[in-house]
Design a binder for this molecule. Structure first.
Ligand code: ASP
Ligand code: MG
Length: 586
C-alpha cells in the first residue's frame, strides 16, 4: 500500500464534469489499495473572479479580508470533490487548511507554512476515507485564515506529501509535463521524462507556468518525488527528482526571460560595502534583482551591473541613481530592451566545452552577448530582446534537444526515495519554509583569468571559449560584465593546476582580439547554495553585509536561482568562509 497525494489545479476542476473525472482518478487509486490525499485549487478562474470582485468594492482591500475571501474558492471545490467521490461509492471527507492544522505565519496573501499536523488526515485515511484538502490556505497562530500566494496549492500538495511521507505527489495540470523549452516558442521542444529539482528551480521561468517555484524548493528540501502529469491525456508526464535519479545530460532545457532590464553603476570605488549599499536598498524597496555581475575592476574602480524585470526598471533606476551619488560612482547606465536565455543541466558540471558550444551557436546567428553569468548547472546570457527567439532555437539545437529521445516513459525508471523517519520530519518541520541555505563552501583551488578590452561584438565569447574548450581546460565560473565604451571584460576560473595552460591559450586569443589578459594565480571562491535563495528577498543583502563589516572586498559575483558565487582574495578565503557560515547559522 502506498500513500499518494494528488493535486488538481483550477482547470482540472473547472466544472462538474471535470470534477467527476478528477474524482474517478482518485477513486481508481483508492480501489487499487492506496491511501489517497487530494489537494484541490479553486474551480477554473474563481480566484481571479474573487480578486476582481474585491477590487470593485475597495481599491485597496485589507490583506486579511482578501485571505478570508480567496480561501472560499478552495472551500467550494473541496466540498464538491468530496461529493463527487461519494457519488462513486467511496467514503471521502473534505478539510480546510484550519481543519487539517496547516499553520502559517501572519503574512496575509503570501503566508509561509510553519508546520502541518498530520493527526486528522491520518485518522481519516486509516478509516478508509479519501481526504480532500483545500489547497493554498492555512491559519496563523491567532486563527486567522491565510493564503500562500497565487498558485500556492502546489505548495500545499508538496508540503502535505512531505509531512505524510507520501510515496509520490502527483500534480495534475493542463500541460502534459515539463518541456525542454516553451513549446509555444519553439514547437520542436520535447517533453522530459525526468528533471532534477535544481534544474527545475534554475528553469524557474520555464516551470513557473507549470508549478509554483516554492513548491519545488519544498520538494527538494524534503525529498518529495513529484510527478507532473496531464489531467486530460493519459501520457507519462515528467518526474521531478534528486539529480542522482535523473538521466545525466549536459543540458536539459533552455529558458527565456523575455523582459529584462539592465542597470550598471559605472566606476564605483572598488572598496568593501559598495555592493551591499546597492542591493540592500533595492531589497528594501521590494525590487528583486536577478543577474548580478561585478567586474574585476581597474584603477580602483569597478562596474556593478544587475538585471531586474523590465517593469521594475523605473523604480530600480531611482534607487540606483541615489545610491550611485552616495557612493561617488561615475555614472549610471541602463537598457530596458533585453532578454535572458539560460541553458540548464546537472551534467554540465562534469563536462568541458559546454560554454564554448553555446557561445558558438549564438555567434553563428550573429547574436551579441551582453552579459554572462554561470552557476554549476546553468549558463545565462543577456542579449537584445529581438534576438530572443533565435537564441532559444540556436541553444536548443546546439545541444540536440529537439532530437534527443527523452528516455521513454517517466514511470518505472526512478528508484523510490528513502523515506524519512517520522522524528526526522518533525524536527525539520519547525520553520518548514525558512530560508534553507544548505551550505557555504570554499574552493581555494582555482585561478582567475580576466580579459579586458575585448571588442564588444558577436562571436568574441565564442572565440574565447572554443579555444579554451579545445585546450581541454575545465572552466568553472564565467562572468562577462556589461561592455562599456565598446569594450567588454570577461573572467573565468580554472583549476590552479591548469593556470599556465590557461594563460598560454588566453594570451594567444587576446593577441588576436587586441585584448589584454591578467590573471590571479589563486583566488577564493565562496559558494552559497540552498533553496529559497531567489524567493527570499534580500539574500544578496545577507551575503554582502557581513563581508563588508569584516572589510573584505568582493572581486567577482555571479548569481543563479539556487547559488551565489563570490570571488575574494585568496588570503581572505578562510575568514570569509567562517563569516558566512556564521551569518547563515551553519
Ligand atoms: N486558487 C489559487 C490561485 O488561483 C491557488 C492555486 O490555484 O494554486 O492562485
Ligand atoms: Mg497552478
Amino acid at each position: 500500500m502506498s500513500l499518494v497525494v494528488q493535486k488538481f489545479g483550477g482547470t482540472s476542476v473547472a466544472d462538474a464534469q471535470k470534477i467527476l473525472a478528477a474524482a474517478s482518478k482518485a477513486v481508481a487509486r483508492h480501489k487499487a489499495g492506496d491511501q489517497v490525499v487530494v489537494v484541490v485549487s479553486a474551480m477554473g478562474h474563481q480566484t481571479d473572479v474573487l480578486v476582481d470582485l474585491a477590487k470593485q468594492i475597495n481599491q485597496r482591500p485589507s490583506a486579511r479580508e482578501m485571505d478570508m475571501l480567496l480561501s472560499t474558492g478552495e472551500q467550494v471545490s473541496v466540498a464538491l470533490f468530496a461529493m463527487a467521490i461519494q457519488s462513486l461509492g467511496v467514503e471521502a471527507v473534505s478539510l480546510t487548511g484550519a481543519q487539517i492544522g496547516i499553520r502559517t505565519d501572519s503574512t496575509h496573501t503570501k503566508a509561509r507554512i510553519k508546520s502541518i499536523s498530520t493527526d486528522n488526515v491520518k485518522h481519516n485515511l486509516n478509516e478508509g476515507r479519501i481526504v480532500i484538502a483545500a489547497g493554498f490556505q492555512g491559519i496563523d497562530q491567532c486563527g486567522n485564515i491565510t493564503t500562500l500566494g497565487r498558485g500556492g496549492s502546489d505548495t500545499t500538495a508538496v508540503a502535505l506529501a512531505a509531512v505524510l511521507a507520501a510515496d509520490v505527489c502527483e500534480i495534475y495540470t493542463d500541460v502534459d509535463g515539463i518541456y525542454t523549452t516553451d513549446p509555444r516558442l519553439l514547437p520542436e521542444a520535447r517533453r522530459l521524462a525526468s528533471i532534477a529539482y535544481d534544474e527545475m528551480l534554475e528553469l524557474a521561468s520555464l516551470g513557473a507556468g507549470v508549478m509554483h517555484p516554492r513548491s519545488i524548493e519544498f520538494a527538494k528540501k524534503f525529498g518529495v518525488k513529484v510527478h507532473v502529469r496531464s489531467s486530460f491525456k493519459d501520457v507519462p508526464g515528467t518526474l521531478i527528482l534528486p539529480a542522482e535519479q535523473t538521466t545525466p545530460r549536459p543540458v536539459s532545457g533552455v529558458a527565456l526571460a523575455k523582459n529584462e532590464a539592465r542597470i550598471t553603476l559605472e566606476g564605483v570605488p572598488d572598496q568593501p560595502g559598495s555592493s551591499h549599499r546597492v542591493f540592500s536598498q533595492l531589497a528594501s524597496s521590494g525590487i528583486a534583482v536577478d543577474m548580478i555581475v561585478q567586474n574585476v575592476g581597474q584603477h580602483g574602480r569597478a562596474d556593478i551591473s544587475f538585471t531586474v524585470p523590465a517593469d521594475d526598471l523605473a523604480a530600480a533606476l531611482e534607487v540606483t541613481t541615489s545610491v550611485a551619488q552616495q557612493l561617488g560612482a561615475e555614472g549610471v547606465s541602463h537598457d530596458g530592451s533585453l532578454a535572458k536565455v539560460s541553458v540548464v543541466g546537472v551534467g554540465m558540471a562534469r563536462e568541458e566545452g559546454v560554454a564554448g558550444h553555446l557561445f558558438s551557436a549564438l555567434s553563428r546567428k550573429g547574436i551579441n552577448v551582453r552579459m554572462i553569468t554561470t552557476s554549476e548547472i546553468k549558463i545565462s546570457v543577456l542579449i537584445h530582446r529581438d534576438d530572443a527567439a533565435a537564441a532559444v532555437q540556436a541553444a536548443h539545437r546546439a545541444f540536440g534537444l529537439e532530437a534527443e529521445a527523452m528516455g521513454g516513459g517517466a514511470d518505472g525508471s526512478a528508484a523510490a526515495l528513502p523515506k524519512s523517519s517520522p522524528l526526522d520530519v518533525v524536527r525539520r518541520l519547525e520553520g518548514m519554509e525558512d530560508l534553507a541555505v544548505e551550505d557555504v563552501t570554499l574552493d581555494s583551488s582555482q585561478a582567475l583569468v580576466t580579459f579586458t578590452d575585448l571588442p564588444d561584438k558577436p562571436g568574441v565569447a565564442a572565440d574565447v571559449f572554443e579555444e579554451v574548450g579545445r585546450a581541454k581546460l575545465f572552466v568553472d565560473m564565467i562572468v562577462q560584465s556589461h561592455p562599456r565604451g565598446g569594450k567588454a571584460e570577461l573572467s573565468f576560473t580554472v583549476p590552479s593546476s591548469d593556470r599556465e595552460r590557461a594563460i598560454d591559450v588566453s594570451g594567444r586569443i587576446a593577441t588576436s582580439l587586441g585584448a589584454i589578459v591578467v590573471d590571479v594565480p589563486h583566488v577564493a571562491k565562496l559558494s552559497i547554495t540552498g533553496v529559497g535563495i531567489r524567493s527570499h528577498a534580500g539574500m544578496a543583502d545577507r551575503l554582502f553585509a557581513p563581508l563588508t563589516e569584516a572589510g573584505i572586498n568582493i572581486d567577482l559575483v555571479s548569481t543563479s536561482e539556487v547559488r551565489l558565487n563570490v570571488i575574494v582574495a585568496a588570503k581572505h578565503g578562510e575568514k570569509s568562509l567562517h563569516i558566512l557560515r556564521r551569518a547563515f547559522g551553519l
